[in-house]
Design a protein around this ligand. Sequence first.
Ligand code: PLP
Length: 373
Amino acid sequence: MTTFYHSTRSDSETVTSKQAILAGIAPDGGLYVSDDAVRNKLDLRAVCQEGYHQIACRVLGTLLPDFTEQEVASCVAAAYADNFDTPAVTPLSPLGTDWLLELYHGPTCAFKDVALQMLPRLMSVARKGEGRNVMIVTATSGDTGKAALAGFAGVPGTGVTVFYPDGKVSDVQHLQMVTQTGDNVAVCGIRGTFDDAQTQVKRIFADRELAGRLAANNVMLSSANSINVGRLVPQVTYYFSAYAQLVQTGAIVIGDEVDFCVPTGNFGDVLAGYYAKLLGLPVGKLVVASNSNKVLTDFLTTGTYDRRRDFVKTISPSMDILVSSNLERMLYYLTDGDCEAVAGYMADLAQKGYYTISNDLLAKLRQTFDCGF
Ligand SMILES: *Cc1c(COP(=O)(O)O)cnc(C)c1O
C-alpha cells in the first residue's frame, strides 16, 4: 500500500512523502497531511524496550512509507550519531515532581537540531528520484538558521542560504552562523529586521522567473521551516522516547497517560505530540505554552483565532509568532479532514485577520489541548 500526502486545503492532488518533503508547502498554500499514515499504531510494548534509533526508525517508517527500510535506517544512523553529545539523543531528567525532556544535546544546542539533523538527509534521499539539487533558503531570528546551516553542511545534492538581521541575533548565534564551515553553506546579514529578511525570502520563493532560471540549472528551492513534513515527523520520535524512558526508569507502567507541556511558536513541536497520540502513545493533555504573544491561549480559550493584535518582543523570539502555521494541520484533523472548512478558516485569517471554530470543535480540541502563557 502506498500512502499519500495531500494539502490541508484540498485532497484532489496527492503526492508521496518524498515529494511532500521536497516541495515543503502544497501549491495551494496548504500544508501536507496524510490520512492513512496516522491511522497506524506503533507497538508500544516494543517501543518501551528500545533506544532512540530504533524508535526513530519505527516512527519514520510509519509516517514516511515510501522511504525504504534501508533509507530510513541510514538517515537515522547519520542524523543521530556523535553529532549529539549523548547516545540517548533526548535524555529525560527529573525536575521536582515533573520530568524534563532535554532537547539541547545537538550540535547547535537548539531543539531544532533533532529535526534539522534529519531533514537534509531525508531530502538528499528524496531528490534521488527527482534528479535536481535542492537549495534551502531561510530567514532566521537565530535558532533555525544555525541549526539549518549545521544540518545541511556537507549533505550531497543540497545547499543552504540563511539570511539574518544584522545586529539583532544573539552574539552566540551570530558566531555560530558566521563560523559555519562547509562548501554548500552561505550566510548573509541584512540591514533590517527579521520580518524584512522573511519578506525578501518569500519574494525569492514567489519569483517565477528565478525559478525558471534555477530549473534550467537543475536546482529547486525549498524551505527548512517547520511546515515541512520532514521537520515535523522526526519530532514525533522524542515523545515516544520520553515515554519509553519513563517506563524504563519505573516512573510509569505501560498504558499510563502522560501529559506534555510544550513551549510553542509555530505549533510544530506540540503538533508532533498530537501525531504521537494518533500513533497510539498514551498522551493525556498537551499543554500549549505561549509567551506574551498569547494568540494560541486565546484561541484555545475562546475558539477565536485573532492575529489582529500588537506584536510583543520578548526574550524568547522563537515564540514571538502571531500566525502559528502548523495549527492548520491540527484544524484538518479536528474537522475530520474537512479541507473546505480548513481553507475557509485560512481565507478568513488572511482576509479578516481572524476565524472562529464552533463550540463543538472547541470542546473536542480541549479534550486533548490545555493552554497557558
Ligand atoms: C522554535 C522554537 C520554539 C517554537 O517551536 P514550534 O515548534 O515552532 O512551536 C520554542 N522555543 C525555542 C527555543 C525554539 O527554538
